[in-house]
Design a protein around this ligand. Structure first.
Ligand SMILES: [Mn+2]
Length: 283
């Protein structure tokens, strides 16, 4: 397989590849929302020296109410275990939805290293702190609705808005913007995402790491906060994204559904301007 991650970024142009490392999280196996088929394809087409499972892999919390565990869900687990048996180092960091697995942290089961957190060293010697991200929930507010509110599509809102206002007109009520009301909330959700990024990126910086790699908020991202690189590998419920480190040491977020593409490359990010912001030096 010769991947073209260093080549063009045309939609659908990304092919299977061998990577130094792959990071996936928020798979939510055991729920009908899980996009298992795309993940099976991703795990079949791509290989890596190390695979980090960054939490919420199996959704034990949702499974208390309803279990949806299809053969595809079993296949995802089988593929991961097969990779662990055939030389891939698999590091599993349980999240809040699979927190029940945290009791096994420190152990290696079926070739899978279960850990609270990990440190990933890139080819060029940088080190990234890796954890699911729910440890920051205590200092965040309203993170529960953040997950889905941030993903409400604008198009849907506008259509709903039109419908709501047709009804209001027939009731002789004045025009009222539903979209605006919701967008205000989404703006609030965006504030939470920014807050989460800043807090976690700073935490990694204070621990003397070059950046932070996580999941949890279902919002893929690769961005600098001051000199700390914040990376969120996204999810396999809606976005179908993974973080990869190429054999050349570049970091990239890839999207793997019907369209397969690179969403962002570290090598193409603008380097951070290191100036002491008030926020960063305070505390
Ligand atoms: Mn989570």
């Amino acid at each position: 397989m010769t991947g073209n991650i260093q080549g063009s970024t045309n939609k659908g142009s990304l092919q299977g590849n061998k990577y130094r490392a792959i990071f996936i999280s928020d798979v939510h196996l055991g729920t009908s929302a899980c996009q298992a088929e795309y993940l099976i394809d991703f795990l079949t087409e791509n290989t890596a020296d190390k695979i980090y499972l960054v939490g919420d892999i199996v959704d034990f919390i949702a499974m208390r109410k309803r279990v949806y565990f299809s053969p595809q869900h079993e296949e995802v687990l089988a593929l991961i275990l097969k990779k662990a048996r055939s030389g891939t180092q698999v590091i599993y960091i349980p999240g809040n939805h699979d927190a029940i697995m945290r009791r096994f942290c420190g152990q290696t089961i079926s070739g899978v290293d279960i850990r609270f957190s990990a440190v990933h060293e890139t080819m060029n010697g940088e080190s990234f702190y890796v954890s699911h991200g729910d440890e920051f929930d205590g200092i965040m507010q309203c993170s529960a609705w953040l997950n889905w509110l941030g993903d409400v599509s604008h198009g849907f809102l506008l259509r709903l808005n039109t419908f709501v206002n047709l009804v209001r007109k027939s009731w002789k009520l004045p025009y009222w913007s539903l979209a605006r009301a919701v967008k205000k909330r989404i703006g609030k959700a965006q504030d939470f995402i920014n807050q989460f990024e800043r807090i976690s990126a700073r935490d990694a910086y204070e621990r003397n790491y070059d950046g932070y790699i996580c999941g949890h908020i279902h919002h893929w991202q690769m961005t600098y906060h001051e000199s700390s690189l914040y990376i969120n590998d996204g999810d396999w419920v809606e976005h179908c994204t993974a973080l990869v480190e190429t054999m050349q040491g570049d970091l990239a977020i890839v999207h793997w559904a019907d369209e397969k593409e690179v969403l962002v490359r570290r090598s193409e990010l603008a380097k951070p301007e290191i100036e002491e912001s008030e926020e960063w030096v305070s505390v």
